[in-house]
Structure formats: structure tokens, C-alpha cells
Design a protein around this ligand. Structure first.
Ligand code: HPA
Length: 237
């Protein structure tokens, strides 16, 4: 019987259009770039609201890539629908993050193990305390192994997921004291949706700017420094 939840309010792909693993950059144009650069025979399976999603193959493996948009509400919607309605098993976020720790610099790849957040996304589960979004250990283990095979020792650790890019409170100093490596705006919602759906998620990000050193990549350099992150994500897809 056809799945009554498909198409969803935000995705018009057909049942079976997505692979088991979906890579999720924030930007729809990066989704197109990844599909055209890395996938063989990419087919556009979603373009609702310009949120481009493609399915193709990488080294013979079926893989999808679709944008998440920016922020946890947007990531929350797309990852929920992919996990719960399209039967996607793994979502790997591939994006940029702002560096916080002294031990990370621009261009480094950082794997987000656990997620500090100022978002209320986890309140929906009614847990009387703070839920703790965390990545999938099997995906993290595979990603670490893939990075080492490529000759680099990855940065793995805490990241901070914020709802506020232009944050007047400027809390990054407090986070640095707690050992947080980097900040971005999507994966806490992704990790919680994965936990609730019994699926797997991991965020692999490249540091595009550093909150304390002021170092930043140009828009052009952002495009070209993603190779390592992409190769790790595709290897474990
Ligand atoms: N803050 C939040 N998200 C980000 C940043 C940042 O400085 N850089 C890249 N993603």
C-alpha cells in the first residue's frame, strides 16, 4: 500500500526516491554542487521551496543529498520527514561551523559528538530536565576510522547549537571554558529526531570562521575546502 504520508508538506519525492543515507548541507546550492561533483547519475528527487535533493551513486553505493536549510526548525522538519516518512536510516550533516576552542582552526574538520544547545526543541518529549542530544556512536566510529585512513586525526567533541547567529549575549567565552570546540545551528535537532526515530545521525563540519581569532574563509574558499569533509561523509554513507 502506498505510504499515506508521502508526499509530505515539504518534500515531494516519491516513496523509495531517497537512499538509506542522506547527506545534508544547509545550502540548496551546495546540495546541487555535491550531487554534481561526487555522485554518479544524480537524479533530482525534490525541489520543493528550492530545497534540492538528489539521489545517485558513489563508488557503486546509492547515496542521497538534500539541503536542510538554516537553523533547527528547518533541519527539524526535513530530518523528521526523511526519518519517519521516507524510511531514511542515516543522516550526515555536512556543513560549516564557527570555531570556539583554541585547538581548532579554520579549515579543520570537527565531528560533533554531543550537542549543547539554547534551543527548546527537546522540550517536546516532556522530559523533566535537559535532554542530551548526541550523535550515533557507530557513525562516529566509522567517520573517525575514515579520517585516519585519509591521514588526518579528527577533532571530536562537544559542539554548541544555537538559535541565534547574531547573539547579543555573546556566550561563547563560557562555552570555551566548558571545552566546546565549535558552534553551528542545526545538529541538535537532527540528533534528537534521530534518537526519537531510532535512526542514526552525525554532524561533520568544516570550520569556516573562528569566533576568537577572527580568522574566516572567503565564500570561494568555503566551496573548495570541503573536500575532506565530503570524502569522509561519502565513505561512511
Ligand atoms: N555561529 C553559528 N553558526 C555558524 C557559525 C557561527 O559563527 N559559523 C558557521 N556556522
Amino acid at each position: 500500500m502506498a505510504n499515506p504520508n508521502i508526499p509530505t508538506p515539504h518534500i515531494t519525492a516519491k516513496e523509495g526516491d531517497f537512499a538509506r543515507t542522506v547527506l545534508m548541507p544547509g545550502d540548496p546550492l551546495r546540495s546541487k554542487f555535491i550531487a554534481e561533483t561526487y555522485l554518479e547519475n544524480p537524479v533530482l528527487v525534490n525541489n520543493t521551496r528550492g530545497v534540492q535533493g538528489y539521489t545517485g551513486t558513489y563508488k557503486g553505493k546509492r547515496v542521497s543529498v538534500m539541503a536542510s536549510g538554516m537553523g533547527m526548525p528547518s533541519m527539524g522538519i526535513y530530518s523528521y520527514e526523511l526519518f519517519n516518512y521516507y524510511d531514511v536510516q542515516n543522516i550526515i550533516r555536512v556543513g560549516t561551523a564557527g570555531g570556539i576552542g583554541d585547538n581548532v582552526k579554520v579549515r579543520d574538520v570537527v565531528f560533533g559528538m554531543s550537542a549543547y544547545t539554547n534551543s527548546n526543541f527537546g522540550r517536546q518529549y516532556g522530559f523533566d530536565g535537559n535532554v542530551a542530544p548526541c550523535c550515533s556512536f557507530p557513525l562516529l566510529e566509522q567517520a573517525v576510522a575514515a579520517a585516519r585512513k585519509m591521514g588526518s586525526e579528527p577533532n571530536v567533541g562537544e559542539r554548541y547549537y544555537t538559535d541565534i547567529f547574531y547573539d547579543e549575549a555573546g556566550g561563547a567565552g563560557k562555552l570555551k571554558k566548558l571545552g566546546v570546540l565549535a558552534t553551528e545551528m542545526e545538529a541538535a535537532a537532527l540528533y534528537l529526531n534521530a534518537a526519537r526515530a531510532g535512526k542514526k545521525a552525525l554532524a561533520i563540519c568544516t570550520i569556516s570562521d573562528h569566533l576568537f581569532t577572527g580568522e574566516a574563509l572567503s565564500a570561494e574558499a568555503r566551496q573548495t575546502t570541503f573536500t575532506q569533509m565530503m570524502e569522509i561523509a561519502l565513505e561512511i554513507a
